[in-house]
Design a binder for this molecule. Structure first.
Ligand code: SPD
Length: 282
């Protein structure tokens, strides 16, 4: 943060970054796990930072949350039991709950303070956390998943980057436990970093995911405030190949309340540029 004319800059690997003009710092605190800040910015609205990295902003959160949620939800015929690991800001759960088939949505977030701060300062994202279908578990996702078997139709790993509290969510053992927690026909989607800015991380993740799941397919889209402005998510399953089943009626319903998602985009996000195909070994 700098000067009277307040600006916030996140530098990626100390090389390049994003700068936002800041109107106010609404909250700054340190939880047991990480530093938590909420900025009020001119262009992006309110911004959640964890350990100084942009996690979500009011202006572009939808680019991320619609992509992580609706691609797997529409690829499943009737998703009822959903687990989100991480995602304490509530944006992913909010999108999941737009699907009427959902009976239970568990949010397993290690840091209860992220949930409380988001409820207070980011109601646009966190208000869905009060929905009666939501079961909030403030605990370590690694432990939670290790004791869940054959329980969820969809599991979404809405993690931070592979460092700090999120690091253990990027291991072969964790992914194998996620697989065991899925019901037959289940799907896991994890956020899988920037194909432009995080190539080392993507190369690290792909073989681990492929050891845990027979079907692994990365998709990608714009994400203005994340490094490189371009992000990826990875779809994993034992039996479901993406695009084999796209419920167009449900996709049209979800498209009505979405800024990005529609059935054409659903198909398009799996069309990867050559450099990304190479990165993920396609
Ligand atoms: N570089 C930031 C990656 C953060 C991914 N998770 C964001 C959480 C939003 N719900």
């Amino acid at each position: 943060m700098s000067g009277m004319d307040l600006k916030y800059t996140e530098l990626h690997d100390d090389q390049f970054g994003i700068t936002m003009r800041v109107k106010n710092v609404l909250y700054s605190g340190k939880s047991e796990f990480q530093k938590i800040d909420i900025l009020d910015t001119e262009f992006f609205g309110r911004v959640l930072l964890l350990d100084g990295l942009v996690m979500t902003t009011e202006k572009d959160e939808i680019f991320y949350h619609e992509m992580i949620a609706h691609i797997p939800m529409i690829s499943h015929p009737a998703p009822k039991d959903i687990l989100v690991i991480g995602g304490g800001d509530g944006g992913t759960i909010r999108e999941v709950l737009r699907h009427p088939s959902v009976k239970r949505a568990v949010l397993c977030e290690i840091d209860g303070e992220v949930i409380e701060v988001s409820k207070k300062f980011l109601p646009q994202l966190a208000s869905a956390l009060d929905d009666p279908r939501v079961d909030i578990q403030v605990r370590d996702g690694i432990e939670y998943i290790a004791q869940s078997k054959n329980e969820f139709d969809i599991i979404l790993i809405d993690s931070t980057d592979p460092m700090g509290p999120g690091e253990g969510l990027f291991t072969e053992e964790f992914y194998k436990n996620v697989n065991a927690a899925l019901k037959d026909g289940g799907i896991m989607v994890c956020q899988s970093e920037s194909p432009f800015a995080d190539q080392k991380e993507i190369k690290m993740m792909q073989p681990l995911l492929k050891k845990a799941f027979p079907i692994v397919k990365t998709y990608a889209g714009p994400m203005p405030t994340y490094p490189g402005g371009y992000w990826s998510w990875t779809f994993c399953s034992n039996t479901v190949t993406p695009l084999e089943f796209v419920d167009e009626t449900r996709a049209d319903e979800i498209a009505k309340g979405s800024k990005l998602y529609n059935k054409d985009l659903h198909r398009a996000v799996f069309a990867l540029p050559n450099f990304v195909k190479e990165l993920v070994g396609e």
